[in-house]
Design a protein around this ligand. Structure first.
Ligand code: UDP
Length: 193
């Protein structure tokens, strides 16, 4: 999958439809991968933070979240002329998941919030396959990992807020089963509200 580099930070240069096809291929192959959202603020932070820089660059997909990224791409002779927000990516994945019967796991937010969010998502996507869910207040990583792994999901949304969710995915990547992992911040609150 095609990347562009902006001040040392990789950005995936695939328009949404091609990006979804690339994710399909990864799911079919039972590959593991994570999606991170890139905005100008994160690019600036990464200049002084080698760990953040590595976390971003080691991800399978870096979506251009923010017009600043497409402007930078244009200035650097790149091809990115679009924007994909974190919640927009999540909506696209939910749509794809219901078309392809992918199993989706929801991890994060308060119990009532995640339950309500799943209810709303089922209304929007009646075909969605919910692999399972877990609220974001369990402290023991090994309990969380077991819950996620036993659900046998294709896509896992992690809504713990930033950077908690990125750090959770990063530190447990080796133990988590193959799936597409996306940190989605306060998105469950948005769906449930
Ligand atoms: N959250 C969680 N576990 C925590 C802390 C936060 O599940 O230990 C959830 C919180 O309930 C909310 C989401 O993370 O649904 C986003 O939290 P916050 O607004 O603090 O993050 P931000 O949107 O500012 O990144």
């Amino acid at each position: 999958n095609l990347k562009e580099e902006i001040l040392g930070v990789n950005v995936t240069a695939l328009p949404i439809e091609t990006l979804l096809e690339d994710i399909d291929r990864r799911i079919e192959n039972k590959d593991k991968g994570r999606i991170v959202a890139i905005n100008p603020e994160k690019i600036m932070m990464a200049q002084k933070d080698p760990e953040l820089s590595k976390l971003l660059n080691d991800s399978a997909y870096q979506i251009p979240d923010g017009v600043g990224v497409s402007i930078a791409s244009k200035l650097l002779g790149g091809s990115i002329r679009w924007r994909i927000t974190g919640v927009g990516m999540m909506e696209n994945l939910l749509q794809r998941a219901s078309e392809k019967q992918y199993r989706v796991f929801f991890y994060g937010a308060k119990e009532e919030t995640v339950v309500k969010a799943i209810g709303k998502i089922k209304q929007l996507h009646p075909e969605i396959q919910v692999a399972g869910y877990l609220n974001g207040y369990e402290k023991d990583d090994s309990v969380i990992i077991d819950r996620i792994n036993e659900a046998n999901a294709d896509i896992v949304f992690v809504a713990l807020g930033s950077p908690r969710q990125e750090l959770f995915i990063e530190r447990n990547m080796d133990k988590l089963s193959p799936a597409i992992y996306q940190g989605v911040g306060g998105s469950f609150d948005v769906f449930s509200g």
